[in-house]
Design a protein. Structure first.
Length: 100
């Protein structure tokens, strides 16, 4: 049986990697993956606390976070594809290229 503190440590490491990647990288796809990594780290934290406290509430919150993440993927990838159609080497600073 793995203690819950190990899962929380792993979640903290994953969240830190995602946050550093989001702040350092300028590629839109990499930034998008870093946000998803951060969301999954938070989901791991919710599931860990739900297991430690014997409460189903954390798992319900994870379900809603996954629904919001799916909606984010749809909208985010639409914007990313629109950017990459205009410029193949687009960065996060090139969002102004979407203006008509």
């Amino acid at each position: 049986m793995v203690p819950g503190s190990w899962f929380l440590g792993l979640a903290a490491i994953l969240f830190t990697i995602g946050a550093v990647g989001l702040l350092v990288r300028r590629n839109v796809l990499v930034m998008f993956m870093c946000v998803e990594l951060m969301l999954n780290a938070v989901n791991l934290t919710f599931v860990t606390f739900a297991r430690m406290l014997d409460d189903i509430g954390g798992q319900v919150v994870v379900f809603f976070v996954l629904v919001v993440a799916a909606a984010e993927v749809v909208v985010g990838l639409g914007i990313i594809v629109a950017i990459f159609r205009r410029r193949h080497d687009a960065t996060a600073d090139d969002v102004f290229a979407l203006r008509g």
